[in-house]
Every structure is written in C-alpha cells, then in structure tokens.
Write a protein that binds this ligand. Structure first.
Ligand code: SF4
Ligand code: SF4
Length: 228
C-alpha cells in the first residue's frame, strides 16, 4: 500500500535531516539560487506531496508546473541505479545536458518553497558550505556527495515499480487523487513518456575511502527499505 511506502520515505528524509544537522552549511530561508527547473524526483515523492495537500493546493501545484512542460528543463535519461548498472557493465553513460540558466523551479514563490516540508530528496540534498549567491556555485564535501548518492539509490530502490523524472513532468503525470486506500504504485495518467523506470540497487556508489563512514547510515537505510 502507498501509506507503507510513504512512511518509509519519510523515515529516510528524517534520517537525512539528522545527518545534515551534523554539517555546517550556508543554506538559509529565502536563499534559493539552487531552486531550478532541473530538480528531479521519484513518483513516490510526488505521491507524498499530493497525499499531504488539500485538493485546492494540489490544483495550485498542477497549475504552477504545467507551463514548464513546454519549456527547457533537465529530463534525465537514466536513473542513478541504472547508472550504477552501466558502471558494472562498463557501458557508456548518456551525455545529458543540464543548465541552471534554464530557469527557476516553477514552484518557487517569493524565493521560498511552498512545499518545503514535503520537498523531494533532490531538493533536500542541494546544500552548500558557502553562499552560492556569492560564489556562483555550491561547495559540498566529498563524503556528503557519497551520502547523497547512497540516499538517492535507496529512495529509487524503495520506489519500485515507480518512476523518476523532472519535477514538473512527474507532478503533471501522476494522478493526484490519492487517499489512504490507494494501491501502490499510484495510477499514472495515460501516456507518460517522460517517466523512466526505477531500478533495484545493483551496487552502491561508495568510494573505498568513505565505506567505513557510510556504514552506520547504510545500516539504518537498509533497515527502513529492505523489509518492503
Ligand atoms: S545550496 Fe546554495 S543556494 Fe541553495 S540554500 Fe544552500 S547556500 Fe542557498
Ligand atoms: S520544490 Fe521547493 S525546494 Fe525544490 S526546487 Fe522547487 S522551490 Fe526549491
């Protein structure tokens, strides 16, 4: 059932929140240079957003993202777990284009996120130790990049047989009429070429020097995701 998956997702978010509390970050309210139209999410995260909003708020979200469908935005060709599979098989990765100059996130309003508590992991992991507004780029330590990959891989694994894509695409495609009895995965609207299928974790993307540091987080993620 959808509720079980959403419960696991929120436990993962909570675990990541505990990790980020250990970091010293420049991120603060109304700092939104990282909120671009290129942000991605899984179908489960979209369901989590819709599940928590009133019908009126869902309609507002839909109205905000729909115009973005005709604009330039990052549309991933493969998921992170597919990428890990390609690495194992020695296959070439697609040459994807992504440019923050394509514009802000269509949900951004007065430099604030209207769904902040529900924002997907792709937004939660946009962090910086220095002010991006001054430097022009985010600064993130290598270990946190590894942690982000591990969380993204587990979230994708959890959301099988769901899909992954650009925020505007997924929020437009997914049926927003969700309730406690909605089966999993929630119904997608007909014709969804912009969603790519989530895959199981074939291998975690952890460099050798980060393995021992990641183990406590890995064990907690495994306990949340594996029994499902
Ligand atoms: S990642 Fe950069 S732009 Fe985003 S909140 Fe943090 S400091 Fe601000
Ligand atoms: S969903 Fe919210 S946090 Fe994520 S990019 Fe859009 S405005 Fe920013």
């Amino acid at each position: 059932m959808l509720e079980e998956k959403i419960d696991a997702l929120n436990r993962i978010y909570e675990l990541y929140g505990r990790y980020t509390k250990t970091l010293t970050l420049a991120c603060r309210k109304y700092c939104a240079h990282c909120c671009t139209c290129n942000v991605t999410l899984t179908s489960l995260e979209a369901a989590n957003i819709f599940r928590s909003l009133s019908p009126e708020r869902r309609a507002e979200i839909r109205r905000a993202v729909e115009p973005q469908i005709s604009r330039k935005r990052y549309q991933p060709e493969i998921t992170l777990n597919q990428m890990a599979r390609c690495c194992i098989n020695g296959e070439k990765l697609p040459d994807e284009q992504i440019d923050p100059a394509w514009g802000p996130c269509p949900l951004l309003s007065d430099n604030a996120c209207p769904i902040y508590d529900l924002r997907p992991f792709g937004c939660r992991c946009l962090l910086s130790t220095s002010d991006c507004g001054k430097t022009g780029y985010a600064e993130v330590d290598d270990f946190t990049i590894t942690v982000n990959y591990v969380f993204l891989q587990f979230i994708e694994h959890l959301d099988q047989p769901g899909g992954f894509g650009n925020l505007s695409d997924v929020l437009t495609i997914l049926d927003s009429d969700l309730d406690a009895n909605t089966p999993y995965p929630p119904q997608a609207r007909a014709g969804n070429p912009r969603l790519i299928a989530n895959r199981p974790i074939p291998m975690l993307l952890i460099p050798p020097e980060h393995r021992s540091g990641v183990i406590p987080l890995f064990n907690e993620l495994n306990a949340i995701v594996r029994p499902r």
